[in-house]
Write a protein that binds this ligand. Structure first.
Ligand code: SAM
Length: 367
């Protein structure tokens, strides 16, 4: 049971660090929001049935965890780091040596590594491909073969980039040390079945009908089964899911996750270089009642960096009050003094770790 606010969560995570693995749907931007929104005493295990990159786990840093994914390559890499089979030194040597081959041979070497990985696997090859493929995408064909093309950067593994990855692996080693973390390759329902009363389950399933590949087949029926299973859990739980953007609203949330406490987080993403091409996306953390922090009082604008804001707002679930929405124009007003004051006194909170907009490109002086 949740146990007052003196337990493990809520806690702010102002400096989120990126783990060595990149994947679609990575929650780097949401870690602080998740850490601040949940209340949990930490007596059981932090359970993630959909681990992905592990960024939430590594940054919240619970003492005990059960973290799983059907993607055996991600789990194997973390198991290898945990057991000392893959060390920062081994990663440095592998990436330096094979990065030099990539620089010499370009595409053909990338595709050799990809072929070897698909034949024999290997955590180091997985890391190499994950960090040199096109756009850092993780995608597998219907037979489970990694099929992302080369990112067209033969010089990808510069000394600085190798050091960055090695540091991420070193940080993963340090963070796991002395902690009771179990990594398992298994489907979400097996993980949910293993949950005990004191555990807390963080659910971050694939988008329904998006990013579909061998490890990310997620249908309406899967999403509904997950919502049913979550209601049967004896422990605390929270689900991350997109809520809406300018064009669409996620009907599944309103249909299957009512009765939870909804906390929302809005951020901007770019579809082009200029300010008018940015889009707002609102994400929900649907928290089992009794496990939500009193974030309205705990999150204050003065606690956050002062650059261009992302917004976190606290909204009741539609079951309680109907959808509470703030539009992008109100967020923009937040950059004026009056707007900032209005937002600070409302239940909305500004959070920022980097500017939400890129500066406009200078116009050419040619006439
Ligand atoms: C949205 S991602 C999780 C992202 C993660 N929270 C992060 O921040 O990096 C969803 C993950 O669910 C995994 N997955 C897909 N179907 C699954 C299933 N049936 N059981 C368990 N994991 C599954 C995918 O391999 C993927 O890593």
């Amino acid at each position: 049971m949740a146990d007052g606010e003196s337990g493990f969560l809520p806690k702010p995570v102002p400096h989120v660090w990126a783990p060595p693995v990149k994947c679609q749907g990575i929650k780097t931007k949401l870690v602080d929001f998740i850490g601040r929104s949940v209340m949990w005493n930490g007596n059981g295990r932090w359970v993630e049935p959909f681990l992905g990159s592990g960024v939430v786990l590594f940054n919240l840093c619970p003492e005990r965890a059960l973290v799983c994914d059907t993607n055996a390559h991600i789990i194997k890499l973390y198991q290898d780091i945990q057991s000392g089979t893959v060390t920062p030194r081994i990663v440095r040597d592998f990436l330096t040596e094979n990065g030099a081959r990539l620089a010499r041979h370009g595409d053909s070497f990338y595709y050799d590594v990809r072929r070897q990985f698909n034949d024999e696997g290997g955590s180091l090859r997985f890391l190499f491909l994950n960090r040199s493929c096109f756009n850092g995408v993780m995608r597998f064909n219907s037979k489970g073969g990694f099929n992302v093309p080369f990112g067209h950067k033969p010089m990808r593994f510069s000394r600085a980039y190798v050091t960055k990855i090695v540091n991420q692996v070193a940080r993963a080693v340090e963070t796991m040390a002395g902690r009771d973390w179990v990594f398992k390759t298994q489907a979400w329902n097996t993980t949910m079945d293993a949950c005990a009363e004191n555990d807390f389950v963080y659910l971050d399933p694939p988008y329904i009908g998006r990013h579909t590949d061998y490890y990310n087949q997620w249908s309406d029926a899967d999403a509904e089964a997950l919502a049913r299973a979550a209601r049967d859990l004896r422990c605390g739980a929270a689900l991350s899911m997109w809520k809406e953007n300018k064009y669409r609203e996620n009907g599944h949330l309103g249909e299957h996750w009512t009765g939870y406490v909804w906390r929302t987080f809005s951020h901007f993403y770019h579809v082009g270089p200029t300010e008018d091409l940015r889009n707002q996306m609102t994400e929900v953390l649907a928290i089992k009642p009794g496990y939500e922090s009193t974030a309205g009082s705990e999150l204050r604008q003065k606690d956050t960096p002062s650059r261009i804001p992302r917004r976190v707002s606290i909204s009741p679930s539609p079951a309680q009050l109907g959808f509470v929405l703030r539009d992008a124009s109100r967020a923009r007003r937040g950059s004026s003094v009056a707007g900032r004051r209005a937002l600070a006194t409302a239940d909305a909170v500004m959070v920022s770790d980097k500017p939400a907009t890129k500066p406009p490109r200078p116009r050419s002086r040619k006439s």
